[in-house]
Design a protein around this ligand. Structure first.
Ligand code: DSN
Length: 475
């Protein structure tokens, strides 16, 4: 082996030696994930194998184009990888390759959605999606009275639909009547914060009445759809987008499925592929595509079906416990991996509870609940069970998690009272003040959450030998 010249020596050093600052940040984040409870509904803990694939040498390669038709040489093995990933994607969702195709190049769910819209409709065409305050995603056409927020409302005319306020379920009749007036070219279904399943058949009828495309964004539920735990959109939709890192438990990326059995099938396939590249993206991230392939192999396994069932059972167990404590859940419970908790009846905002949960090692996010006016100070929080289920928790453990959440909410109320203020920053000041009553409660709960969380493994991490890294100052 030829000697390494000095100008290249850095290329061969491990991260910890070359860049201890970044290594320390990774170590601190590992510690946070190990010692805390991850309840963000859009997150999960991917496998060791997926992390090995995403951290691989495949990151070096450019492969703009499609397998067999690239703009760069040297893509023999990348072609094999991308074709394998496509095959596994169709298999994981039980799709016939004669009827469905898939593009596995999108960098994320947002870019997958924008590419899908680019493929299906023209600029300034009319689209309808579930409104953000009702649980929809930003990319489904969100805007406010003052501002077009998402590119999907900047480049298209968007009319959001919403929930029936009495049931907090999608009001399909209202969607239908709105569509008769608005005449959209595309209806988007799927959500970021909706605890129930979808009636794709009803939306298909609405689309047929207008000659509109039907697109399902199953980013949140794709792992549950693949395992048959949520109904499948593939029977009714023309295009289905998803992320790969939520309930599907892969690396951070997206996919677009498109029908191949329509009259203009070839055209749709070409439009989707060209919308991804060259319209919206450059070179695919091949290391990530390898991670998707591995995650899809796992998602097609019998153990993943058991995992998906457990995700839902855990969400139901937490929901039941919270209802027993007298709390208000949107739609009174859940059928999937997430829970929307309305804190307004308790006199709290989602921001306050999110902050206190952060202080005690429970990671959640504030979320709008039905009737909320502002996404900045929403009245609820969103919880999800994908990540804790990846750490092996079952229902009896999920009930303990619910008891921590109950304590966190009661603590938030006590801190609010002690601070004598409605402002989050005043509440945090009290929580961090060594002399306050509230700070004792914070410390106690942090200790209990930490002791509980550290009993569970963290995929890809040798937790038995994990040491608290420098820069973490808690006991
Ligand atoms: N940010 C994701 C979520 O939390 O639902 C979607 O992009």
């Amino acid at each position: 082996m030829a000697a390494t010249p000095q100008f290249n020596e850095d290329l061969y050093k491990p991260l910890a030696e070359l860049d201890p600052v970044v290594q320390n940040i990774i170590d601190k984040e590992t510690w946070r994930q190990f010692t805390g409870l991850e309840l963000i509904a859009s997150e999960n803990l991917t496998s060791r194998a997926v992390m090995e694939a995403t951290g691989s040498i495949l990151t070096n390669k450019y492969s703009e184009g499609q397998p067999g038709a690239r703009y760069y040489g040297g893509n023999e093995w990348i072609d094999e990888l991308e074709i394998l990933t496509q095959q596994r994607a169709l298999k994981a969702f039980n799709l016939d390759p004669a009827k469905w195709g898939v593009n596995v190049q999108p960098y994320s769910g947002s870019t997958a959605n924008f590419a899908a819209y680019t493929a299906l409709v023209d600029p300034q065409d009319r689209i309808m999606g579930l409104g953000l305050p009702d649980g929809g995603h930003l990319t489904h056409g969100f805007y406010t009275a003052k501002k077009k927020i998402s590119a999907s409302s900047i480049y298209f005319q968007s009319l959001p639909y919403g929930l029936d306020p009495s049931t907090q379920l999608i009001d399909y009749k209202f969607v239908h009547s709105q569509a008769q007036l608005f005449k959209p070219r595309l209806i988007i279904c799927g959500a970021s914060a909706y605890p129930r399943d979808w009636d794709y058949a009803s939306l298909k009828k609405t689309c047929e009445s207008q000659g509109a495309w039907l697109l399902a964004d199953i980013a949140h539920t794709s792992g549950l759809v693949a395992t048959g735990e949520q109904s499948s959109p593939f029977e009714y939709c023309d295009v289905v987008t998803t992320t790969t890192h939520k309930t599907l438990r892969g690396p951070r990326a997206g996919m677009i499925f498109f029908r191949k059995d329509l009259e203009n099938a070839k055209d749709l396939e070409r439009r989707v592929n060209e919308a991804v590249f060259p319209a919206c993206q450059g070179g695919p991230h091949n290391n990530t595509i390898a991670g998707i392939a591995t995650a899809l192999l796992q998602a097609a396994s019998p153990s993943f079906k058991t995992y998906a069932k457990q995700v839902i059972a855990n969400a139901k167990a937490i929901a039941d416990e919270l209802v027993k404590h007298g709390y208000t859940l949107q739609t009174k419970g859940t059928d999937n991996h997430l829970i929307l908790w309305d804190l307004r009846p308790n006199g709290l905002t989602g921001s306050k509870v999110e902050k206190v949960c952060d202080l005690v090692g429970i990671t959640i996010n504030k979320n709008a609940v039905s009737g909320d006016k502002s996404a900045q100070t929403p009245g609820g929080i969103r919880l999800g069970t994908s990540a804790i289920t990846s750490r092996n928790l079952v229902e009896s453990d999920a009930r303990i998690v619910a008891s921590f959440l109950h304590r966190a909410v009661q603590l938030t109320l006590a801190l609010q009272k002690e601070s004598g203020s409605k402002l989050v920053k005043d509440l945090v000041k009290v929580a961090l003040d060594e002399k306050s009553e509230g700070s004792k409660g914070v410390k106690e709960l942090r200790k209990d959450v930490g002791a509980f969380a550290m009993k569970w493994p963290l995929p890809g991490v040798d937790t038995a030998n994990l040491k608290k890294p420098a820069g973490i100052d808690e006991d």
